[in-house]
Design a protein around this ligand. Structure first.
Ligand SMILES: Cc1ncc(COP(=O)(O)O)c(C=O)c1O
Length: 440
């Protein structure tokens, strides 16, 4: 399966119209040749030229159980006939059912939900709740974090390319992230943890009043390029956070709902308990959702009026409940671990074959390749990464990009991916890598 990615007259006309009426900063993948989607079903997506792609990115880890999944759609369709919109001013039972399910699956003492429409809003809500609960302002976040696109969420985000419009929230402090592959002075994983602990200590002592509202982190940094912390990282960091009066917000927008394998939530891989978790993306298989989950006392501290027009929307809630029940019914956290291990094994083989693959990392069905210039000190190679995305597309495979330097390939198939599709996808990726061999 190999096609030319010539843009047809038909898609060019739509691309031109898109350019004419959309903000130019909204940049689709594939440069001058973006994909114009016609339809998508299960593991496949078709462009309007009729090319079929195996989708290993799922609209950024969002189509968690396949495009237009029949079991999800059937329930959403039924709900559409019943009630489409209520706002948070009225109670609909489906919202209560989702909250009950989330609370049942969540670790520790997390017991109260707030629904919104995006990961950004989920994080804003968590930050607001942490500040109201603790009475403190400072949010400690990690370098290379991605948190969303409101002014506060962009202030937490630590990639300058994603911080637009003079981001100036004065109460965000960024500390070193546990990025072992790019550790200074080639420090070991243990030494990186030590460095991160020291950096947090110094940050608390030097640029805060010693008291903080929260430490906010992704269990595995997503946009940052699937940066997996060493096993001891969170266990070492959290006592300092507690000592400074802060709560721990785990941003599970990418890592939640079985993605990392075996466990429901990414943070459970690290043996620590968050005080809040935030969700979006894969929770409703593509319906716009945000959810903030907190302990009872944190939720209780949010006093005053709050409202979300689309929070708990019956269609979104139906999709969320159906998605979570689908993940449960087919034990997809287990599938994510098993298929993820197969994917990882192939990626490790590719690394032995291609010297421009500097690092292979990830967990479960979130796996990454970091692309570097061979025979250098890990010099990031963004142009070759872009070429690899294009080459994979020509083979019929959709994968993602990420990392501060734009040199990380992100591979995140739907959680119900089959062994056959992992093989097919890896074969396509292998052919794409072969196309790039020797190119500079
Ligand atoms: C970890 C993380 N948090 C928050 C967000 C923001 O979510 P949204 O784009 O739904 O606002 C994202 C989006 O990529 C994310 O990856």
């Amino acid at each position: 399966m190999k096609f030319e990615t010539q843009t047809s007259e038909q898609s060019q006309a739509i691309i031109d119209r898109h350019k004419a009426v959309m903000f130019p900063a909204i940049a689709p993948y594939y440069g001058e040749h973006p994909i114009v989607v016609e339809r998508a079903k299960d593991q496949y997506l078709w462009d309007i030229e009729g090319n079929r792609y195996l989708d290993f990115f799922g609209g950024v880890l969002t189509v968690s159980v396949g495009h237009a999944n029949d079991e999800i759609n059937e329930r959403v369709m039924q709900q559409l006939q019943l009630a489409q919109h209520t706002s948070t001013l009225y109670i609909n039972e489906i919202m209560v059912k989702v909250a009950e399910k989330v609370v049942q699956l969540a670790p520790g003492r997390l017991a109260k939900c707030y629904f919104t429409s995006s990961g950004t809003e989920a994080n804003e809500t968590a930050i607001m709740a942490a500040r109201m609960y603790t009475g403190n302002d400072v949010i400690v976040a990690l370098r290379h974090a991605y948190s969303g696109r409101t002014m506060t969420a962009m202030s937490v985000t630590a990639h300058n390319t994603w911080r637009l419009g003079n981001v100036t929230d004065p109460s965000i402090r960024h500390v070193r992230n546990p990025y072992v592959y790019r550790a200074p002075l080639n420090l070991s994983a243990e030494e990186v943890v030590e460095l991160c602990v020291r950096d947090l200590e110094e940050t608390l002592q030097t640029v805060t009043g010693g008291r903080i509202a929260a430490f906010m982190a992704e269990p595995i940094q997503g946009v940052g390029g699937f940066i997996v912390p060493p096993a001891e990282y969170f266990k070492r960091i959290l006592p300092l956070v507690k000592e400074a009066g802060g709560v721990f917000i785990a941003d599970e927008v990418q890592t939640g709902w079985g993605r990392t394998g075996h466990k429901w939530f990414g943070i459970e891989q690290w043996g620590v308990e968050p005080d809040m978790m935030t969700f979006a993306k894969g929770m409703a298989n593509g319906f716009p959702i945000g959810a903030t989950l907190a302990t009872p006392e944190i939720a209780e501290a949010v006093q005053g009026l709050t409202f979300a027009t689309f929070g708990g929307n019956p269609l979104t809630m139906t999709a969320a409940l159906a998605t979570i029940e689908y993940i449960e019914k087919y034990d997809l956290p287990k599938n994510a671990a098993e298929r993820g291990a197969e994917l990882r094994a192939r990626l490790v083989q590719f690394q032995q074959e291609y010297d421009f693959i500097g690092d292979v990392r990830g967990m479960g069905l979130m796996q990454a390749l970091e692309i570097v210039v061979p025979n250098t000190d890990k010099t990031p190679d963004a142009p070759r990464t872009a070429q690899l995305l294009n080459a994979a597309r020509r083979q019929g495979l959709l994968i993602g990009k990420g990392g501060l330097y734009g040199n990380t390939v992100r591979i995140a198939p739907h959680l119900n991916v089959t062994q056959q599709d992992i093989t097919a996808g890896c074969d396509m990726l292998h052919a794409a890598l072969a196309e790039l061999k020797g190119k500079s």
